[in-house]
Design a protein around this ligand. Structure first.
Ligand code: SAM
Length: 232
């Protein structure tokens, strides 16, 4: 369970609201029961239920289980896509281990707004489910121009281009260091965007195969290829 405050040995933590409902009614925890907690700062802890109320409970932090992990340094930069599918991408990318999700506003996007609170909730839930001890970060939405303008030179930008590029596995094999994958919207990038992306020195146009994948499939395929090659 993600707790948004620093945890420390011996502390008594009052849990309320949705998290209390989950522990009391879904997990059916009683006094003496245990739960794993993480705070995205210090790591993962074992908590023991000290007392339960009708709508809240007190969890005593009993022991440290793991330090906060070092996450693979991969960003997923992706154009927002329709509601359920961007939530799905955020969830699955979090499970696969991305460090940061960067929503990118593109000219052909069908969707130009994001509910970042909802998206972040999906990312937290995914982190809890797969037992990450570090939350993926959700960046503010940026335009393609702003993304490219501020792009850190040392971070490889694997640009998934359905019109052709090096097969992604060949492009990433043997390369280390910070990286990102960039995925377009349902309608793809427009020609000016493609040209601007390709012109960046850090950009590596990559192909994910001969078929045109839906944006969400392309995002997860690209993340999986990078993770597999990086051994993370
Ligand atoms: N331009 C297309 C169109 O509307 O016909 C398709 C765009 S595709 C649905 C969405 C995004 O997925 C693309 O911008 C690209 O980043 C990525 N993508 C899809 N298939 C790919 C492939 N075979 N190789 C590399 N990237 C791909």
């Amino acid at each position: 369970l993600f707790i948004d405050q620093p945890l420390a040995d011996g502390m008594d933590l009052r849990v309320e609201g949705g998290q209390a409902h989950y522990l009391l009614s879904v997990m059916r925890l009683k006094a003496g029961g245990t739960v794993k907690l993480f705070d995205d700062r210090t790591g993962e802890w074992l908590g023991e239920v000290a007392a339960t109320g009708r709508r809240d409970l007190v969890v005593r932090i009993a022991a440290k289980l793991r330090a906060r992990e070092a996450v693979p340094d991969l960003w997923l930069c992706a154009a927002p896509i329709k509601r359920g599918r961007i939530d799905w991408v955020a969830e699955k990318a979090s499970e696969l281990g991305v460090a940061r999700l960067v929503p990118v506003a593109t000219r052909r996007a069908v969707v130009d707004k994001l509910n970042s609170e909802r998206l972040r909730a999906h990312m937290i839930e995914a982190a809890e489910q797969c037992e990450r001890t570090a939350l993926p970060e959700l960046a503010a939405m940026v335009s393609v121009d702003a993304l490219l303008r501020d792009w850190p030179a040392e971070r490889s930008l694997y640009f998934a281009d359905e019109e052709g590029g090096t097969p992604m596995l060949d492009a990433v094999r043997g390369r280390s260091g910070p990286a990102a994958v960039l995925i377009g919207p349902e309608g793809g990038f427009d020609p000016a965007e493609r040209e601007a992306i390709r012109a960046r020195p850090s950009a590596v146009p990559v192909s994910l195969g001969p078929r045109i994948l839906r944006a969400e499939t392309a995002a997860l395929a690209a993340v999986s290829v990078w993770m597999a090659a990086a051994g993370d």
